[in-house]
Design a protein around this ligand. Structure first.
Ligand SMILES: [Zn+2]
Length: 127
């Protein structure tokens, strides 16, 4: 695909959050090696054990296979299947779906990742 209209777009959400979407040169899914459809970079913050806020940038890959298991990503996948490119016509609907998807990731992924990291450290005797 050499379509020049497929490049990075920045999406500003109502909440003031900024999502950076990449629809070009999206890496393959780490889990199943399927070419990803969309890469979203987003800010995320959580509180650590001492109650301090930790801010970070996270990336989420929309995978045509794995992401289908998330109810929040199903509509987004359906839209991308119909409108292969993001245009001004579908940008609004697209943005809302991306925001929904990312919000669902924020809710459950943070703790999971933290747990995994801690578990890792624990295994290596660092905790
Ligand atoms: Zn996958």
């Amino acid at each position: 695909m050499t379509d020049e209209s497929r490049n990075a777009v920045t999406l500003s959400l109502v909440s003031g959050d900024e999502l950076v979407l990449k629809v070009d040169d999206v890496p393959d899914c780490l889990a199943c090696d399927t070419p990803g459809l969309l890469l979203v970079r987003y800010k995320n913050a959580w509180k650590n054990r001492t109650g301090d806020e930790v801010a970070g940038i996270r990336e989420a890959l929309l995978c045509p296979k794995c992401s289908r298991q998330m109810p929040e990503a199903v509509e987004l996948l359906a839209l991308l299947a119909v409108d292969e490119r993001v245009s001004l016509q579908n940008f609004e609907a697209f943005g809302e779906l991306v925001a929904e998807w990312i919000n669902s990731l924020r809710d459950n992924r943070v703790n999971e990742e933290l747990l995994r990291a801690e578990h890792d450290q624990w295994l290596r005797g660092m905790l």
